[in-house]
Design a protein around this ligand. Structure first.
Ligand code: SAM
Length: 287
């Protein structure tokens, strides 16, 4: 398709989109991103044969524009991720918290983990590999990893579970051999997650601002890493409150390494490296 060149997005239209994205997704787009957003939106406008940013904005507000909102979300979200990203946290999970969860669940043999903001899937797949490697855990265990994101494009990639060689660079070689199938496509190597891992994951579109209250717990471990960085405190508070509701007593919440619950919620005790434990009522020490 021949793309027309659209004029730059005006400050006024940019502000309209910024507040729409903030309302619908929680993300605050920085002022300096005007040109970049305009460029990304212009491609979508042309696909829809609309001639102005304001027409697109109005379309998004109409009832028939509700589905189009997914495209806007796909455009504005940042999908940066990687296998075992934030290595230190995975190390701590493997050494301390996952073994503890396994000990607690030794009778029930049931583990529930939620990767909220899973992007293209590397985070939940990394987790399920770690769980499989735990002593005492075998395939008879009822292990489910809920993997959700607001970006439907990222979710499709996550569901496919197919990655290029450079994308699996962070995977330990032993895991790569055990949990991936190497294929060759057009002279290029691709690594496909094995079904035995994939079947433990449930992928779902979920906007943390919209449908989090429909989820049911209890969950042993929630990851919400590098998702809320552009959210304001009020939005964070609401989401963290839901995490609190969903977590098991003494359940774990893992944020991105640069994130914190300071001033947001004091019902969690910081253990290490942005990993929090839900405090039990009446305890001040996170026990
Ligand atoms: C930078 S990625 C982080 C991925 C992964 N958690 C990690 O740390 O590697 C942020 C993800 O959060 C998702 N996201 C942003 N706002 C969201 C919202 N309101 N609800 C659900 N997901 C959201 C984005 O679509 C994106 O995939």
């Amino acid at each position: 398709m021949q793309h027309r060149i659209l004029s730059e997005i005006s400050e006024k239209d940019f502000d309209l989109f910024r507040s729409l994205v903030k309302r619908k997704l929680g993300i605050s787009i920085r002022q300096g991103k005007r040109k970049m957003l305009g460029l990304k939106l212009s491609r979508r406008l042309q696909d829809l044969d609309l001639s102005s940013y304001f027409d697109y904005y109005r379309y998004l507000l109409k009832p028939e524009g509700a589905r189009e909102l997914r495209h806007l979300i796909n455009i504005v979200t940042i999908d940066q991720t990687g296998f075992f990203r934030g290595e230190k946290q995975f190390e701590i999970l493997r050494e301390r918290f996952l073994p503890e969860i396994v000990r607690r669940k030794i009778e029930k043999k049931r583990i529930r983990i939620w990767s909220s903001g899973c992007s293209t899937g590397q985070e939940p797949y990394s987790l399920v590999m770690l769980v499989y490697e735990m002593d005492n855990v075998d395939i008879s265990w009822d292990i489910k990893i809920l993997a959700t994101d607001a970006n439907t494009y990222s979710l499709k990639i996550a569901y496919l579970g197919k990655y290029r060689g450079d994308q699996v660079a962070g995977v330990p070689p032993a895991y790569l051999a055990k949990y991936f199938r190497k294929e060759s496509k057009g002279g290029e190597e691709v690594f496909r997650i094995k079904e035995s891992l994939k079947e433990r994951l449930i992928f779902r579109r979920l906007n943390l601002l919209v449908s989090i209250n429909q989820l049911k717990g209890p969950i042993d471990l929630i990851l919400c890493r590098n998702v809320m960085i552009y959210f304001d405190s009020a939005t964070k508070k609401k989401i963290i409150d839901q995490f609190y509701r969903l977590l098991e007593p003494k359940g774990y919440l893992c944020l991105g390494l640069s994130e914190s619950l300071l001033g947001i919620d004091d019902r969690f005790a910081l253990i290490e490296s942005a990993i929090y434990r839900k405090k039990t009522p009446g305890s001040n020490f996170g026990q």
